[in-house]
Structures are given as structure tokens and as C-alpha cells.
Design a binder for this molecule. Sequence first.
Ligand code: LUZ
Ligand code: MOS
Length: 744
Amino acid sequence: MYLDDIPLQRGTLFAAVYDSPIAHGKIISLDINEASQSPGVIKVIAAKDIPGENQIGGIVPDEELLAHEHVHFCGMPIVLVIAETEEFAREAAKKVKAVIEPLHVITDPREAKAKNELIIPPRTFRCGDVAQAWKECQHVFSGRADSNGQEHLYIETQGAYAIPMENNSIRIFSSTQGPTAVQRCCARVLGYPMHRIEVDVTRLGGGFGGKEDQANAWAALCALGVHHVKRPVKFSLHRMEDMRMTGKRHPYSSDYKIGLDKNLKIIAYEVDFYQNAGAAADLSPAVLERTLFHCTNSYFIPNVRATAYSCRTHLPPNTAFRGFGGPQGMFVIESAIAKAAEEIGVHPDEIQKKNLIQTGDKFPYGQSAVSDAVECWNEAEKIYDVRKIRKEVETFNSKNFLFKKGMAFIPICFGISFTKTLMNQARALVHIYTDGSVSVATGAVEMGQGINTKILQVASKIFSLSPAKVRIQPTSTDKIANTSPSAASSTADLNGKATMMACEKLLERLKQRAAEELKTTPEKISIKDEFVYSNDEKTKLTWKDLVMLTYVSRISLSEHAHYATPEINFDLTKEKGHPFAYHVYGTAILIATIDCLRGTYEFDAVKVVHDIGSGMSPMVDLGQCEGGIVQGIGWMTMEEIVYDKDGRLRSNALSTYKVPDVYSVPKEISVKFLENDNNNLAVFRSKAVGEPPLMYGIGAFFALRNAIKAFNPAARPVFSSPMTPEKVLMSLHKKPVAEVQKTI
Ligand code: LUZ
Ligand code: MOS
């Protein structure tokens, strides 16, 4: 059941907003008369009608729900209209008349930085002594790398449905990754205690980070409508509204300097990241932090200075997107390595391979690696026969003039845990009913990633029950409170571990009761395939009978367990600690073919060795890998977000914003899972798989770049993604390259 599948109550009304037509300005006057008299309109609501705080900023209180005196981005909601139908609501919204005095618009993070328009003070991660290290370098290179944003394009757009309930409470169905975030935000806007807001989530048609924080506003608008009109209110955005009004992946512009010794060991790295945060903080400070954590990707670099600036511009606030700043940081180090390789005259993979982080090496933030980076790389070289691939690419290139192939390696490393330590907690509520069936509730949100399958596996495995006897409940704030969003690739670990704990507690009680019944001790009891075993011998006592016996003895068949990730910590004053439960590693080899006449391209293959630990749901995990890879390739190649200098989104529809379709999927995606057994903080030692595979897509940029250089060895394509067919075409010919460089 998605939001739009929920049957509507009689009397349901619909919301629409009048949103800012300009990116920055002062509201001089607002005339809602005509809108209020428009057919079917029940109520028109502005900032002054908000009973609580007109504030939805989670990390920094810098974002109004409805613009009061100023607008800060094109698409910022100003007025909420509640009407009898969706059409009436949207028609009325068009009749709002606002006079807005335009102010200077900033779209470029470097301009924002120069004007000191920062969301938070800059942060710097350091290790070793960079100044000293340059002196020991044989090679030093510097340059610039830019990566663009990315539209989430969840198939289900943002939306919510709020219903008035007894005792002045409100029940909200929301398409959110973070039910508690929605609850907290609605309570704040209405000035209600949180217990008067219940948030329910059935299933999302995709999130990808876009609904970690940005589902809040639409739910709060519906709740605000309910508060005023005391009738159910629904709002689900049209695709173009969603594209225009919501934030995306953060574009980054970065300057790097890299130093290597004569053996191609990277000994120094300096980088400045300019994050385009948009008009409000949203999750930008947390995204910024993850960029710093992943600025050295899966390499060991002894001397690092990395500084990150979160720059306030007049774009919709950018937000979480699969990888959460990590991919942006990794793109820069990969660019630096590609640049060094180009200047020195070696294959980039020579440098990459020589610098992979090994067990015991420290990341710049102080955590020691328990690394499978080298193992993944070596396994990929071996099972995919890299020498043969290289040979085939070279042979193809020597025989073809108008088609060229390029290959690239991309190792990845992703830290698993919310970087904010306190968020790494979860709870599970498990009931066993008297017929032996089981219900599990957690804070996890199913958004297509297969979390319900994994939680179901946990419960059915611990109880040794058929999966048909277990049901995973829709997520709800009244079943499980104070949840972290389903994000950070940690949902299965956190909620799975909590489920495990609750099930184990119940199992203990059941065993105790069985021992009494069978006149033995609990240690001798086990339960297998719905039968009780005593001393490993099957008895006549079934699971179902045991459950009934336990109930009859007035022993609780319910358990609520709490899990908090052990071992993790981080000291913000020193920027050092052990923030991650563990890291996920992997290596991909990508092969691309470009058409040098047209600039178009295809991906022949993506061949991956991925560190899975001990995979518990191989099909779910493979699905995450394939989807992540295609989404990553989309970000690096064809998905081009364009805002004009006035801050207006030009790529505002699927006709102007191209995402990968079935034809642009690589012809081959091979994933070999590298199994190991050393990650006890992963649920059943099955390592997190949500975000890491996206970063294999970064290899697409470099495979294309290498193909361009096969056509024109003098070409120096700029490190600016996405590498669209237009950019490929311009880069193929030496002269225009300089011009392209000037304009980017
Ligand atoms: N969300 C968050 C995330 O709040 N903190 C994180 O560290 C994170 N990482 C990845 C994706 N979402
Ligand atoms: Mo996410 S980017 O894990 O919401």
C-alpha cells in the first residue's frame, strides 16, 4: 500500500501551495482574496496562521514552512490552499498575488563562500603533517573537481494524508523514511505535544534519501490544514512540483592537491570542498561530515588536510541522497589520482592499487581500518582476468577509429553507522499470539530496499519458524517511538539487531516453560522447525502448544528490545574517534565504449567484487548492487541538473532530465560477493549494502575519460561530472577542450 492506495475518508480535502516564483526576495505584499473566493476553496493559510513555530529546520533552525518575510529559493512554499478537490486547490493557488522585491541570487557555492554565506563554520580533518610532507614528494599536482547534483526521482512523489482523530490528535500517513522526524516536525509547527501526532508508514515507492528529512514539510502542511479545518487533508505532489520544490544531491566544487613519492605512494593530500547546500541547512552539515569521512576513499594517506564549507545559496535546500556526501568526496580523490596518473604517465590503477588501505592503517579521523580493500581488488583482478580485459580494450582501440573503449577501476569504502553517534539506536516490539503467529514492529521503513524481508528472516530464523508465521507491521510512531530514519545503510543492522534481541528474550522464556513441561533444564531445550527438542531429541511438543502453555501460565508473550551500536564514538573538538561500526569495501571494473562521431556511449560491463560479510538475503543484496550501480552511473553520466543564474530549475521534467533507462543499463553487471566472517556488528554478519554500491558508478566517469584519451591522447577532459554525451563530444577534439575548460 503506497500513500495513494489508502482509501480516502468521506470529507477529505486536498492541499496545494503557492510557491515562490523567484529565488530570493522580500515579500512586499500578499493578496489571497481572489484565491479564497476561488471555487471549492475551504481555507487559505499563510505563515501568520501557524499556531506553533513556523520552523522545519532539523539540525539548524533556518527554514520556514511557509515564507513569512523573505523567499530563499524558487519553489519555496508561501501559501497553503485547502479545497474540495486537487484541481480546485491548484487552480486557487494560481490566484494568489504576491509582490516580491527581487534580491541578489547566489547559485554558486564559491560565491557564497567568498561572501561568507556559510551554513555552519567550516570543518577540517587532519592527520600527519601536510606542510612537511610536500617536501618529500616526487610529484605534486593540483586541480579542481566538480560534481553536479542528482534528482532522487523516487517513483512515488512526496506526499502525506492527515486525519483528525479523537481528543484533538492527528493521524498522518506519510511517504517518509523518518516517521519520527515527521512527528516531531508536525508537533513543532502545530505547537502540539508529540503524543497527539501519530505517523504511519506503509511502504514507499522509493526514497534514496529524498524522504529522510524532506517528507516533513508536506506532512506538516496537511497537519496544519487539519488543525484549521478539522477535516482530513491530503497532499501528494505532481512530478514537476516535486522536482521544482524539493532539494537534491548536493553539487560540490572542490580544489585538491596531491603528492606522491617516487614509488607512487600518495603521501600528502589537501582538499577544500565547497558544498552547495541550497537555501537552508536541512541535512547539509551531516552530509558535509560524511564527505570528510570519505575524502580518502579506500586509500591510506598518511598526511591529510581536508576542509569542507557548507555554502548557502538560493537553491532548494539540498539533502540526503544515497551515499550522503561520501560519493562527492570520493570523486575528488579519484580525480586527483587520475590527474597524477595522466601527468606521470602511468595507468591510474597502478596508483590506486599501491595505496589501498590495509588492516591496521588509520583513516584521517583516527579509526583503524579492518580492511578488505586489497582482497576485493585482488579478487577482481583475478576472477575477471584484468590482463585479458586490458588486452581486449587495446586491441579494439587499435582496430577502430570512430569507436573507442575505456576501462577504469574503482575501489570503494563506506563507513556504516550514522555519523551522529546518538542516532545509532533502534527498538523492536515482538508479539507472539496464542496461535503461534508472530508480529514484529520496528522503526524500519520499507522503501523497496527489502528491509521487511530481512527483518522477517531475523525473526523466523531465531524462532525457527516458517516465514509465513511472521508478519512485519507497517511502521508507526505509536508502536515504536523516537526512531532514527531508515538511512545510512544501517536500517537492517539497527532494527535487525533489536528484533534479534526481542526474539531471543522471548525464546528464553519459552524454553524455560518447555523445560518445566518436559522436566528438564532450559539449556537442554531447543526449538527447530516448530517442534521442541530436548537434548537434541524431537519431542511431541510443538511451537504452537508451547506458546499456548506459556500464555496459560500467565507469562508475557511480548517483548520490546532496545539496541544501541556498541564501540562507536566521535569527538567533535578533535575530529577524531571511531564513528563507524565497520566499513564496507569493494572494487569494480567498468568498461565503456564511446562513439567518437556522436559523443554517445554505452557501458559494456561493470564487474564487481563486493564485501558482503556473510550475506543473509543474496537476491535483495544483488538488487541493491545492481540498482546502486545504475543510479551511480546515472549521476556520473547523463543526469544533468541545470539551474539558471536566477536560480530557476531548467531541468524540471523528465523531458529535460534524463535518467538511466533499460537501454542505458550496462550490458553486463557481474557481482561476486566476497564472504568473510569478521563483522559481528552487522546483523547475522551480513554487511550493509544500501548505499555502498552507488559509488561503483563513479568509475563510469573515468572509464569514459580513458576512452576519450584513447581517441585523442592530448585530450584533458576536465573533472566535471556528469560526463554527458555533449561533454564527451567536446572533449574528443583537442581545441575545444580549452574552451570547454574556460566555460565550466
Ligand atoms: N543520514 C544521517 C545519513 O542523518 N546521517 C548519516 O550519517 C547518514 N549517512 C548516510 C545516509 N544518511
Ligand atoms: Mo539516506 S542518503 O541513507 O537517507
